[in-house]
Design a protein around this ligand. Structure first.
Ligand SMILES: Nc1ncnc2c1ncn2[C@@H]1O[C@H](COP(=O)(O)OP(=O)(O)OP(=O)(O)O)[C@@H](O)[C@H]1O
Ligand SMILES: [Mg+2]
Length: 355
């Protein structure tokens, strides 16, 4: 169990700042996820914690001991961390069992114990039947799980995982999320997990760090970042969202081009961006806030995924599957907004990834 402290950590490559002044403390046994678009600095952050990259300024401490600072640098092998790299590598000349056993072998763990531990971890990554295979006989996803098993078997105090499930199919990926969570809880270790998949971040993490262009946008629990995003970028990156322009005054928001208002008891007045999640739009004639025209609908099995126009705005609504084909195309329907978020209006296009 460990505490990882980041103290004003900054990393520059030449003139470009890829991690900008990040400070926080990852608590004992916490599952932390670094979430953000490609190129936002997630891997760089992880490599600095592991000791494969030195911060340009700032300090990193593990259990209070300085591992990176202006005048101290502890190399990776002395940090007692396990890491699965984004470009994971398994030893091509060793079979699956030997690959996973390797970290225990170099520590001179007794043979019987190695066997027991390796078998257990191979089972948790669903690779028991592949123990004797060589890496060249495995798929990418299977090799990725060998790398994960090899990091897990050593039971490190801190496990750093860089998109460890990226090569798996959707079903296995979902199953592995729970396996990793279960192993982490059982061992009580810290995990720092990198992903750009918000579903993964939501299901696994105690806290999520949402990053854009090296700048921390928000730190919070999955519920906080989803329900109370601090800005439009977070609202957009974490989940699906529709943005509408409007004016907030006297406890009401008048939406641009839309005939109807929303009641609003918050403090933001004047020009606003209203963010509405697709699942917070409901079909209702009696309680309709405004009306919209059905453009298209897609049956996904458990939902009806609709596109609607309302006063020049195109909205996405995800509603009950039972409503599918209930309305004819271009039919005008009443829409009820069950929940929404309000931000001071921004001119920037926060959907464009800032790089
Ligand atoms: N050694 C390096 N020299 C120069 N620039 C680098 C170096 N390593 C990374 N970068 C740049 O730093 C930025 C952050 O890279 P990083 O690998 O941390 O992103 P990431 O968030 O992990 O992205 P992805 O999701 O694509 O893996 C990128 O713009 C990248 O081009
Ligand atoms: Mg990366």
């Amino acid at each position: 169990m460990s505490v990882i402290t980041l103290d004003h950590v900054t990393k520059k490559f030449g003139d470009s700042v890829v991690v900008n002044d990040i400070s926080d403390e990852f608590k004992d046994g916490e599952f932390i996820t670094l979430l953000g678009p490609s190129g936002c600095g997630k891997t760089t952050m992880l490599r600095m914690i592991a000791g494969f990259e030195k911060p340009t300024s700032g300090e990193i401490r593990i259990d209070g001991k300085v591992v990176s600072s202006a005048d101290t640098f502890v190399p990776p092998e002395k940090r007692e961390l396990g890491m699965v790299f984004q470009s994971y590598a398994v030893w091509p000349h060793l079979n699956v069992f030997a690959n996973v056993a390797y970290p225990l072998k170099i520590r001179k763990v007794p043979k019987a114990e190695i066997k027991e531990k390796v078998e257990k971890v191979l089972e948790s990554v669903h690779l028991s039947q592949y123990a004797k295979r060589m890496p060249s006989e495995l798929s990418g996803g299977q090799q990725q799980r060998v790398a994960l098993a090899r990091a897990l078997v050593a039971e490190p105090k801190v496990l750093l995982l860089d998109e460890p499930l990226s090569n798996l199919d959707a079903k296995l990926r979902e199953r592995m999320r729970f396996e990793i969570k279960e192993i982490q809880a059982r061992l009580g270790i810290n995990v720092v997990y990198v992903t750009h998949d918000q579903g993964e971040a939501m299901t696994m993490s105690d806290r999520v760090f949402v990053i854009n262009s090296g700048v921390l946008q928000q730190v919070g629990t999955p519920v906080e970042i989803y329900r109370k995003p601090e800005n439009q970028f977070v609202a957009d990156f974490v989940g699906k969202v529709n943005f509408l322009k409007g004016i907030s005054e006297n406890g009401k928001i008048k939406l641009d081009g839309i005939d109807g208002t929303l009641d609003y008891s918050g403090e933001i007045t004047g020009a606003v961006d209203v963010a509405v999640r697709p699942e917070n739009i409901r079909i209702s004639e009696e309680n309709a806030h405004f009306r919209g025209k059905l453009l298209s609908e897609y049956f996904t099995g458990d939902t009806n995924d609709c596109r609607i126009t309302a006063g020049g705005n195109e909205l996405r609504m995800i509603t009950d599957a039972a409503t599918y084909k209930h309305f004819s195309d271009s039919e005008t329907i009443g829409l009820y907004i069950t929940d929404f978020m309000v931000f001071p209006a921004s001119d920037s296009d926060f959907r464009k990834i800032m790089t």
